[in-house]
Design a protein around this ligand. Sequence first.
Ligand code: ADP
Length: 447
Amino acid sequence: MFQKILIANRGEIALRVLRACKELGIQTVVVHSTADADAMHVRLADESVCIGPPPSRDSYLNIHQIVAACEITGADAVHPGYGFLSENAKFADILAAHNITFIGPTGDHIRVMGDKIEAKRTAKRLGIPVVPGSDGAVTEEKEAKRIAAEIGYPVIIKASAGGGGRGMKVAHTEADLEVALQTARSEAGAAFGDDAVYIEKYLQKPRHIEVQVFGDGFGRGVHFGERDCSLQRRHQKVWEEANSPALNAEERSRIGGICAKAIADLGYSGAGTIEFLYENGEFYFIEMNTRLQVEHPVTEAITGIDLVHEQIRVASGGGLSVRQEDIKFNGHAIECRINAEDPRTFTPSPGTITHFHTPGGLGIRVDSGVYSGYKIPPYYDSLIGKLIVHGRNRVECMMRLRRALDEFVVDGIKTTLPLFRDLVGNADIANGDYDIHWLEKYLAKEE
Ligand code: ADP
Protein backbone atom coordinates (compact mmCIF):
# COMPACT_ATOMS: atom_id res chain seq x y z
CA MET A 1 0.00 0.00 0.00
CA PHE A 2 1.05 3.60 -0.60
CA GLN A 3 2.67 5.61 2.21
CA LYS A 4 1.72 9.04 0.94
CA ILE A 5 -0.70 10.19 -1.75
CA LEU A 6 -0.56 13.59 -3.40
CA ILE A 7 -3.98 14.92 -4.38
CA ALA A 8 -3.69 16.97 -7.57
CA ASN A 9 -7.02 18.73 -7.39
CA ARG A 10 -9.10 21.20 -5.37
CA GLY A 11 -12.61 21.72 -4.01
CA GLU A 12 -14.99 18.96 -3.00
CA ILE A 13 -13.16 16.21 -4.87
CA ALA A 14 -9.83 16.95 -3.17
CA LEU A 15 -11.62 16.58 0.16
CA ARG A 16 -13.39 13.42 -1.03
CA VAL A 17 -10.09 11.75 -1.90
CA LEU A 18 -8.44 13.02 1.29
CA ARG A 19 -11.15 11.35 3.38
CA ALA A 20 -10.54 8.01 1.66
CA CYS A 21 -6.78 8.32 2.28
CA LYS A 22 -7.33 9.07 5.99
CA GLU A 23 -9.57 6.04 6.34
CA LEU A 24 -6.91 3.86 4.76
CA GLY A 25 -4.19 5.31 7.01
CA ILE A 26 -2.32 6.92 4.11
CA GLN A 27 -0.53 10.26 4.56
CA THR A 28 -1.86 13.09 2.38
CA VAL A 29 -0.24 15.93 0.49
CA VAL A 30 -2.34 18.52 -1.31
CA VAL A 31 -1.25 21.08 -3.83
CA HIS A 32 -2.94 24.43 -4.17
CA SER A 33 -2.79 27.74 -6.01
CA THR A 34 -2.31 31.03 -4.15
CA ALA A 35 -6.08 31.57 -4.50
CA ASP A 36 -6.77 28.38 -2.53
CA ALA A 37 -4.51 28.91 0.49
CA ASP A 38 -7.60 28.95 2.76
CA ALA A 39 -9.35 26.01 1.13
CA MET A 40 -10.69 23.14 3.21
CA HIS A 41 -8.50 20.50 1.54
CA VAL A 42 -5.43 22.54 2.48
CA ARG A 43 -6.56 22.80 6.11
CA LEU A 44 -7.22 19.08 6.48
CA ALA A 45 -4.23 17.60 4.66
CA ASP A 46 -1.10 16.40 6.45
CA GLU A 47 1.07 18.54 4.14
CA SER A 48 0.41 21.15 1.48
CA VAL A 49 2.48 22.69 -1.28
CA CYS A 50 1.66 25.94 -3.07
CA ILE A 51 2.26 25.29 -6.76
CA GLY A 52 1.52 28.63 -8.37
CA PRO A 53 -0.75 31.58 -9.09
CA PRO A 54 -4.55 31.29 -9.52
CA PRO A 55 -4.90 30.47 -13.24
CA SER A 56 -5.22 26.67 -13.63
CA ARG A 57 -2.59 26.47 -16.36
CA ASP A 58 -0.04 27.88 -13.90
CA SER A 59 -1.07 25.70 -10.96
CA TYR A 60 -3.46 22.71 -11.15
CA LEU A 61 -2.41 22.01 -14.76
CA ASN A 62 1.29 22.61 -14.18
CA ILE A 63 2.77 19.11 -14.47
CA HIS A 64 6.33 20.13 -13.56
CA GLN A 65 5.28 21.81 -10.34
CA ILE A 66 3.15 18.83 -9.34
CA VAL A 67 5.95 16.33 -10.01
CA ALA A 68 8.31 18.59 -8.03
CA ALA A 69 5.79 18.62 -5.16
CA CYS A 70 5.79 14.79 -5.20
CA GLU A 71 9.58 14.73 -5.04
CA ILE A 72 9.85 17.30 -2.26
CA THR A 73 7.27 15.54 -0.09
CA GLY A 74 8.14 11.95 -1.02
CA ALA A 75 4.63 11.10 -2.26
CA ASP A 76 4.53 7.68 -3.92
CA ALA A 77 1.20 8.11 -5.73
CA VAL A 78 -1.00 10.84 -7.20
CA HIS A 79 -4.78 10.94 -7.24
CA PRO A 80 -5.90 13.34 -9.98
CA GLY A 81 -9.63 13.61 -9.04
CA TYR A 82 -11.71 14.65 -12.07
CA GLY A 83 -11.06 17.47 -14.55
CA PHE A 84 -7.61 19.15 -14.55
CA LEU A 85 -4.97 16.44 -15.29
CA SER A 86 -7.18 13.42 -14.67
CA GLU A 87 -7.38 12.46 -18.35
CA ASN A 88 -3.98 13.74 -19.40
CA ALA A 89 -2.00 10.79 -20.83
CA LYS A 90 1.26 12.74 -20.75
CA PHE A 91 0.85 13.35 -17.02
CA ALA A 92 0.30 9.63 -16.40
CA ASP A 93 3.41 8.82 -18.49
CA ILE A 94 5.59 11.40 -16.73
CA LEU A 95 4.57 10.12 -13.29
CA ALA A 96 5.33 6.55 -14.37
CA ALA A 97 8.77 7.68 -15.59
CA HIS A 98 9.40 9.12 -12.11
CA ASN A 99 8.27 5.92 -10.38
CA ILE A 100 5.22 7.64 -8.97
CA THR A 101 1.93 5.76 -9.33
CA PHE A 102 -0.85 7.55 -11.18
CA ILE A 103 -4.11 6.43 -9.55
CA GLY A 104 -5.89 5.71 -12.79
CA PRO A 105 -5.39 3.73 -16.00
CA THR A 106 -2.23 3.72 -18.16
CA GLY A 107 -1.36 6.65 -20.39
CA ASP A 108 -2.12 4.46 -23.41
CA HIS A 109 -5.66 3.69 -22.25
CA ILE A 110 -6.27 7.38 -21.57
CA ARG A 111 -4.98 8.21 -25.06
CA VAL A 112 -7.25 5.72 -26.83
CA MET A 113 -10.37 6.93 -25.03
CA GLY A 114 -9.44 10.62 -25.31
CA ASP A 115 -9.72 10.45 -29.09
CA LYS A 116 -13.40 9.97 -29.83
CA ILE A 117 -12.95 8.30 -33.21
CA GLU A 118 -10.43 5.86 -31.77
CA ALA A 119 -12.62 5.30 -28.70
CA LYS A 120 -15.64 4.48 -30.83
CA ARG A 121 -13.61 2.05 -32.97
CA THR A 122 -12.30 0.37 -29.83
CA ALA A 123 -15.77 0.15 -28.30
CA LYS A 124 -17.15 -1.44 -31.46
CA ARG A 125 -14.30 -3.96 -31.56
CA LEU A 126 -15.04 -4.89 -27.92
CA GLY A 127 -18.70 -5.59 -28.65
CA ILE A 128 -20.13 -2.39 -27.15
CA PRO A 129 -23.10 -1.07 -29.17
CA VAL A 130 -22.28 2.28 -30.86
CA VAL A 131 -24.29 5.01 -32.61
CA PRO A 132 -24.56 4.28 -36.36
CA GLY A 133 -22.27 6.62 -38.31
CA SER A 134 -19.02 7.11 -40.18
CA ASP A 135 -16.21 4.66 -39.55
CA GLY A 136 -13.63 7.36 -38.99
CA ALA A 137 -12.97 11.01 -39.79
CA VAL A 138 -14.96 12.63 -42.58
CA THR A 139 -13.49 15.47 -44.61
CA GLU A 140 -15.30 15.44 -47.97
CA GLU A 141 -18.81 16.81 -48.33
CA LYS A 142 -19.68 14.06 -50.82
CA GLU A 143 -18.74 11.35 -48.37
CA ALA A 144 -20.64 13.13 -45.58
CA LYS A 145 -23.78 13.22 -47.73
CA ARG A 146 -23.47 9.55 -48.60
CA ILE A 147 -23.12 8.52 -44.95
CA ALA A 148 -25.92 10.81 -43.79
CA ALA A 149 -28.28 9.44 -46.45
CA GLU A 150 -27.37 5.92 -45.35
CA ILE A 151 -28.02 6.43 -41.62
CA GLY A 152 -30.85 8.96 -42.15
CA TYR A 153 -31.30 12.55 -40.98
CA PRO A 154 -30.93 14.23 -38.54
CA VAL A 155 -27.20 13.61 -38.07
CA ILE A 156 -24.67 15.08 -35.66
CA ILE A 157 -21.14 16.11 -36.58
CA LYS A 158 -18.73 15.71 -33.69
CA ALA A 159 -15.10 16.69 -33.14
CA SER A 160 -12.83 13.72 -32.49
CA ALA A 161 -10.90 15.81 -29.96
CA GLY A 162 -14.10 17.32 -28.47
CA GLY A 163 -15.05 17.38 -24.84
CA GLY A 164 -17.19 19.20 -22.31
CA GLY A 165 -20.13 19.22 -24.71
CA ARG A 166 -18.28 21.38 -27.23
CA GLY A 167 -17.62 20.82 -30.92
CA MET A 168 -20.95 19.35 -32.06
CA LYS A 169 -23.27 20.42 -34.88
CA VAL A 170 -26.63 18.93 -35.87
CA ALA A 171 -27.80 18.76 -39.51
CA HIS A 172 -31.49 18.13 -40.06
CA THR A 173 -31.43 17.97 -43.86
CA GLU A 174 -28.92 17.56 -46.65
CA ALA A 175 -29.09 21.33 -47.17
CA ASP A 176 -27.74 21.91 -43.61
CA LEU A 177 -24.96 19.39 -43.97
CA GLU A 178 -22.39 21.41 -45.89
CA VAL A 179 -22.45 24.35 -43.48
CA ALA A 180 -22.53 22.04 -40.43
CA LEU A 181 -19.48 20.13 -41.69
CA GLN A 182 -17.51 23.31 -42.43
CA THR A 183 -18.33 25.04 -39.14
CA ALA A 184 -17.74 21.87 -37.10
CA ARG A 185 -14.31 21.43 -38.71
CA SER A 186 -13.18 25.02 -38.30
CA GLU A 187 -14.50 25.21 -34.72
CA ALA A 188 -12.79 21.93 -33.83
CA GLY A 189 -9.53 23.16 -35.35
CA ALA A 190 -9.69 26.42 -33.43
CA ALA A 191 -10.82 24.94 -30.10
CA PHE A 192 -8.87 21.67 -29.98
CA GLY A 193 -6.06 22.10 -32.54
CA ASP A 194 -7.41 19.06 -34.41
CA ASP A 195 -10.08 19.45 -37.10
CA ALA A 196 -10.98 15.75 -37.43
CA VAL A 197 -14.76 15.32 -37.24
CA TYR A 198 -17.06 12.34 -37.65
CA ILE A 199 -20.76 11.82 -38.30
CA GLU A 200 -23.33 9.86 -36.40
CA LYS A 201 -27.06 9.53 -36.24
CA TYR A 202 -28.63 12.22 -34.07
CA LEU A 203 -30.90 10.56 -31.53
CA GLN A 204 -33.93 12.73 -30.86
CA LYS A 205 -35.15 11.79 -27.37
CA PRO A 206 -32.46 9.71 -25.71
CA ARG A 207 -31.58 9.37 -22.07
CA HIS A 208 -27.97 9.61 -20.92
CA ILE A 209 -27.11 6.39 -19.13
CA GLU A 210 -23.57 5.55 -18.04
CA VAL A 211 -22.09 2.39 -16.60
CA GLN A 212 -19.53 2.50 -13.78
CA VAL A 213 -16.80 -0.01 -14.49
CA PHE A 214 -13.54 -1.10 -12.87
CA GLY A 215 -10.59 -3.09 -14.10
CA ASP A 216 -8.90 -4.84 -11.18
CA GLY A 217 -5.37 -4.73 -12.61
CA PHE A 218 -5.28 -8.53 -13.04
CA GLY A 219 -7.29 -8.66 -16.27
CA ARG A 220 -10.72 -8.84 -14.68
CA GLY A 221 -13.55 -6.34 -15.14
CA VAL A 222 -16.63 -5.60 -13.08
CA HIS A 223 -19.51 -3.14 -13.32
CA PHE A 224 -21.23 -1.21 -10.52
CA GLY A 225 -24.50 -0.62 -12.35
CA GLU A 226 -25.54 2.54 -14.13
CA ARG A 227 -26.33 6.19 -13.49
CA ASP A 228 -28.95 8.21 -15.31
CA CYS A 229 -27.62 11.71 -16.06
CA SER A 230 -30.27 12.84 -18.52
CA LEU A 231 -31.03 16.09 -16.70
CA GLN A 232 -28.49 18.37 -18.36
CA ARG A 233 -28.11 21.99 -19.31
CA ARG A 234 -25.75 22.76 -22.22
CA HIS A 235 -24.51 19.16 -22.01
CA GLN A 236 -23.56 19.72 -18.37
CA LYS A 237 -25.06 17.28 -15.89
CA VAL A 238 -27.25 18.85 -13.23
CA TRP A 239 -29.00 15.92 -11.49
CA GLU A 240 -27.95 12.26 -11.50
CA GLU A 241 -29.63 9.09 -10.30
CA ALA A 242 -28.83 5.46 -9.66
CA ASN A 243 -30.39 3.25 -10.77
CA SER A 244 -31.89 4.73 -13.91
CA PRO A 245 -35.70 4.99 -13.66
CA ALA A 246 -35.77 3.76 -17.27
CA LEU A 247 -33.99 0.40 -16.94
CA ASN A 248 -35.14 -2.93 -15.59
CA ALA A 249 -32.87 -5.46 -13.88
CA GLU A 250 -32.45 -7.50 -17.06
CA GLU A 251 -31.29 -4.50 -19.13
CA ARG A 252 -28.99 -3.43 -16.28
CA SER A 253 -27.26 -6.73 -16.09
CA ARG A 254 -27.06 -7.08 -19.89
CA ILE A 255 -25.36 -3.71 -20.51
CA GLY A 256 -23.30 -4.05 -17.33
CA GLY A 257 -22.09 -7.47 -18.46
CA ILE A 258 -21.09 -6.15 -21.89
CA CYS A 259 -19.13 -3.29 -20.29
CA ALA A 260 -17.40 -5.47 -17.68
CA LYS A 261 -16.28 -7.91 -20.38
CA ALA A 262 -15.00 -5.06 -22.56
CA ILE A 263 -12.95 -3.70 -19.64
CA ALA A 264 -11.44 -7.14 -19.05
CA ASP A 265 -10.63 -7.60 -22.76
CA LEU A 266 -9.03 -4.16 -22.86
CA GLY A 267 -6.82 -5.02 -19.88
CA TYR A 268 -7.99 -1.78 -18.31
CA SER A 269 -7.03 -0.94 -14.74
CA GLY A 270 -8.93 1.33 -12.33
CA ALA A 271 -12.21 3.22 -12.50
CA GLY A 272 -13.94 4.16 -15.72
CA THR A 273 -17.32 5.21 -16.98
CA ILE A 274 -18.81 4.05 -20.26
CA GLU A 275 -21.38 6.57 -21.44
CA PHE A 276 -24.38 5.72 -23.59
CA LEU A 277 -27.38 7.36 -25.10
CA TYR A 278 -30.42 5.13 -24.59
CA GLU A 279 -33.49 5.23 -26.80
CA ASN A 280 -36.27 2.71 -27.47
CA GLY A 281 -34.59 0.01 -25.45
CA GLU A 282 -31.22 0.33 -27.27
CA PHE A 283 -27.87 1.52 -25.94
CA TYR A 284 -25.49 3.60 -28.07
CA PHE A 285 -21.93 4.21 -26.85
CA ILE A 286 -20.85 7.87 -26.95
CA GLU A 287 -17.63 7.97 -24.93
CA MET A 288 -15.62 6.53 -22.08
CA ASN A 289 -14.22 8.62 -19.21
CA THR A 290 -11.05 7.16 -17.76
CA ARG A 291 -11.40 8.68 -14.29
CA LEU A 292 -13.68 9.09 -11.30
CA GLN A 293 -16.88 11.02 -12.17
CA VAL A 294 -18.44 13.91 -10.26
CA GLU A 295 -21.57 11.77 -9.81
CA HIS A 296 -19.83 8.65 -8.42
CA PRO A 297 -21.50 9.04 -4.97
CA VAL A 298 -24.90 7.86 -6.23
CA THR A 299 -23.26 4.56 -7.13
CA GLU A 300 -21.60 4.45 -3.72
CA ALA A 301 -24.98 5.08 -2.07
CA ILE A 302 -26.70 2.13 -3.71
CA THR A 303 -23.78 -0.30 -3.56
CA GLY A 304 -22.30 0.72 -0.19
CA ILE A 305 -18.82 0.55 -1.74
CA ASP A 306 -16.27 3.36 -1.50
CA LEU A 307 -15.06 3.78 -5.08
CA VAL A 308 -12.01 5.85 -4.09
CA HIS A 309 -10.87 3.09 -1.72
CA GLU A 310 -11.19 0.71 -4.67
CA GLN A 311 -9.20 3.02 -6.95
CA ILE A 312 -6.38 3.21 -4.41
CA ARG A 313 -6.40 -0.56 -3.83
CA VAL A 314 -6.28 -1.33 -7.55
CA ALA A 315 -3.50 1.22 -8.21
CA SER A 316 -1.41 -0.27 -5.41
CA GLY A 317 -1.71 -3.75 -6.93
CA GLY A 318 -4.12 -5.07 -4.31
CA GLY A 319 -7.06 -5.66 -6.66
CA LEU A 320 -10.71 -4.94 -5.94
CA SER A 321 -12.26 -5.75 -2.57
CA VAL A 322 -15.35 -7.19 -4.29
CA ARG A 323 -16.24 -9.62 -7.05
CA GLN A 324 -19.14 -8.99 -9.43
CA GLU A 325 -21.43 -11.25 -7.42
CA ASP A 326 -20.74 -9.21 -4.25
CA ILE A 327 -22.03 -6.00 -5.83
CA LYS A 328 -25.70 -5.60 -4.89
CA PHE A 329 -27.95 -2.64 -5.64
CA ASN A 330 -29.85 -1.34 -2.68
CA GLY A 331 -32.53 1.34 -3.03
CA HIS A 332 -32.26 4.56 -4.97
CA ALA A 333 -29.97 7.62 -4.89
CA ILE A 334 -30.11 11.10 -6.40
CA GLU A 335 -27.37 13.74 -6.59
CA CYS A 336 -27.95 17.48 -7.08
CA ARG A 337 -24.99 19.60 -8.13
CA ILE A 338 -25.05 22.81 -6.12
CA ASN A 339 -23.32 25.49 -8.18
CA ALA A 340 -22.51 29.08 -7.25
CA GLU A 341 -24.63 30.35 -10.12
CA ASP A 342 -27.76 32.36 -10.69
CA PRO A 343 -30.51 29.70 -10.82
CA ARG A 344 -32.18 31.45 -13.80
CA THR A 345 -29.31 32.64 -15.97
CA PHE A 346 -26.61 30.26 -14.70
CA THR A 347 -24.06 33.06 -14.64
CA PRO A 348 -21.37 32.36 -12.03
CA SER A 349 -21.86 34.03 -8.67
CA PRO A 350 -18.51 34.07 -6.89
CA GLY A 351 -18.18 35.90 -3.59
CA THR A 352 -18.18 35.21 0.13
CA ILE A 353 -20.49 32.59 1.64
CA THR A 354 -21.77 34.35 4.75
CA HIS A 355 -23.67 31.36 6.11
CA PHE A 356 -23.49 27.68 5.16
CA HIS A 357 -25.72 25.07 6.73
CA THR A 358 -25.99 21.55 5.34
CA PRO A 359 -28.88 19.13 5.83
CA GLY A 360 -28.48 15.94 7.86
CA GLY A 361 -30.39 12.85 8.87
CA LEU A 362 -30.73 9.34 7.49
CA GLY A 363 -29.71 8.90 3.87
CA ILE A 364 -28.15 12.36 3.42
CA ARG A 365 -24.58 13.01 2.25
CA VAL A 366 -23.11 16.40 1.40
CA ASP A 367 -19.73 16.52 -0.35
CA SER A 368 -18.47 20.08 -0.31
CA GLY A 369 -15.25 22.00 0.13
CA VAL A 370 -16.81 25.25 1.37
CA TYR A 371 -17.75 26.66 4.79
CA SER A 372 -19.29 29.79 6.39
CA GLY A 373 -16.98 32.72 5.65
CA TYR A 374 -15.38 30.99 2.63
CA LYS A 375 -14.63 33.26 -0.32
CA ILE A 376 -15.24 31.51 -3.65
CA PRO A 377 -12.42 32.40 -6.02
CA PRO A 378 -13.57 33.37 -9.52
CA TYR A 379 -10.97 31.25 -11.34
CA TYR A 380 -12.41 27.74 -11.22
CA ASP A 381 -15.66 25.92 -11.93
CA SER A 382 -18.69 26.89 -9.93
CA LEU A 383 -19.49 23.57 -8.19
CA ILE A 384 -19.58 24.26 -4.44
CA GLY A 385 -21.10 21.03 -3.27
CA LYS A 386 -23.13 17.95 -4.03
CA LEU A 387 -26.20 16.79 -2.16
CA ILE A 388 -26.60 13.02 -2.38
CA VAL A 389 -29.75 11.42 -1.02
CA HIS A 390 -30.47 7.73 -0.59
CA GLY A 391 -33.78 5.98 0.07
CA ARG A 392 -35.11 2.42 -0.02
CA ASN A 393 -36.87 3.28 -3.27
CA ARG A 394 -37.23 6.28 -5.57
CA VAL A 395 -40.33 7.61 -3.81
CA GLU A 396 -38.62 7.63 -0.42
CA CYS A 397 -35.51 9.16 -1.99
CA MET A 398 -37.57 12.03 -3.48
CA MET A 399 -39.36 12.66 -0.16
CA ARG A 400 -36.04 12.86 1.62
CA LEU A 401 -34.53 15.05 -1.11
CA ARG A 402 -37.35 17.58 -0.83
CA ARG A 403 -36.84 17.81 2.92
CA ALA A 404 -33.04 18.07 2.60
CA LEU A 405 -33.29 20.86 0.03
CA ASP A 406 -35.49 22.81 2.45
CA GLU A 407 -32.82 22.51 5.17
CA PHE A 408 -29.91 23.56 2.95
CA VAL A 409 -28.84 27.19 3.54
CA VAL A 410 -26.21 29.01 1.50
CA ASP A 411 -26.22 32.78 2.10
CA GLY A 412 -24.16 35.53 0.50
CA ILE A 413 -24.08 34.15 -3.06
CA LYS A 414 -26.59 32.81 -5.57
CA THR A 415 -26.82 29.04 -5.98
CA THR A 416 -28.76 26.49 -8.02
CA LEU A 417 -30.65 25.30 -4.89
CA PRO A 418 -33.93 27.03 -5.97
CA LEU A 419 -33.84 25.11 -9.27
CA PHE A 420 -33.72 21.78 -7.40
CA ARG A 421 -36.57 22.87 -5.12
CA ASP A 422 -38.64 23.42 -8.28
CA LEU A 423 -37.58 20.17 -9.91
CA VAL A 424 -38.35 18.00 -6.90
CA GLY A 425 -42.01 19.10 -7.11
CA ASN A 426 -42.36 18.49 -10.86
CA ALA A 427 -44.61 15.66 -12.07
CA ASP A 428 -42.30 14.48 -14.91
CA ILE A 429 -39.38 14.30 -12.50
CA ALA A 430 -41.52 12.47 -9.95
CA ASN A 431 -42.37 9.93 -12.65
CA GLY A 432 -38.79 9.64 -13.88
CA ASP A 433 -40.14 10.68 -17.26
CA TYR A 434 -37.44 12.84 -18.88
CA ASP A 435 -34.86 12.73 -21.68
CA ILE A 436 -31.68 14.74 -22.31
CA HIS A 437 -33.66 17.73 -23.66
CA TRP A 438 -36.20 17.88 -20.85
CA LEU A 439 -34.37 20.36 -18.61
CA GLU A 440 -33.59 22.87 -21.37
CA LYS A 441 -37.23 22.85 -22.46
CA TYR A 442 -38.36 23.28 -18.86
CA LEU A 443 -36.00 26.23 -18.33
CA ALA A 444 -37.11 27.87 -21.59
CA LYS A 445 -40.75 27.62 -20.44
CA GLU A 446 -39.94 29.16 -17.06
CA GLU A 447 -38.36 32.26 -18.60
P1 ADP B 1 -18.50 15.47 -24.59
O1 ADP B 1 -17.26 14.66 -24.45
O2 ADP B 1 -18.23 16.81 -25.21
O3 ADP B 1 -19.30 15.53 -23.34
P2 ADP B 1 -20.32 13.45 -25.72
O4 ADP B 1 -20.00 12.62 -26.89
O5 ADP B 1 -20.28 12.79 -24.39
O6 ADP B 1 -19.37 14.76 -25.74
O7 ADP B 1 -21.73 14.10 -25.94
C1 ADP B 1 -22.21 15.09 -25.06
C2 ADP B 1 -23.71 15.22 -25.20
O8 ADP B 1 -24.06 15.57 -26.56
C3 ADP B 1 -24.50 13.97 -24.93
O9 ADP B 1 -24.73 13.78 -23.54
C4 ADP B 1 -25.77 14.26 -25.69
O10 ADP B 1 -26.55 15.19 -24.96
C5 ADP B 1 -25.27 14.95 -26.94
N1 ADP B 1 -25.02 13.98 -28.03
C6 ADP B 1 -23.83 13.43 -28.36
N2 ADP B 1 -23.97 12.55 -29.40
C7 ADP B 1 -25.27 12.55 -29.72
C8 ADP B 1 -26.08 11.84 -30.70
N3 ADP B 1 -25.54 10.97 -31.55
N4 ADP B 1 -27.41 12.09 -30.73
C9 ADP B 1 -27.97 12.97 -29.86
N5 ADP B 1 -27.29 13.67 -28.94
C10 ADP B 1 -25.95 13.46 -28.85
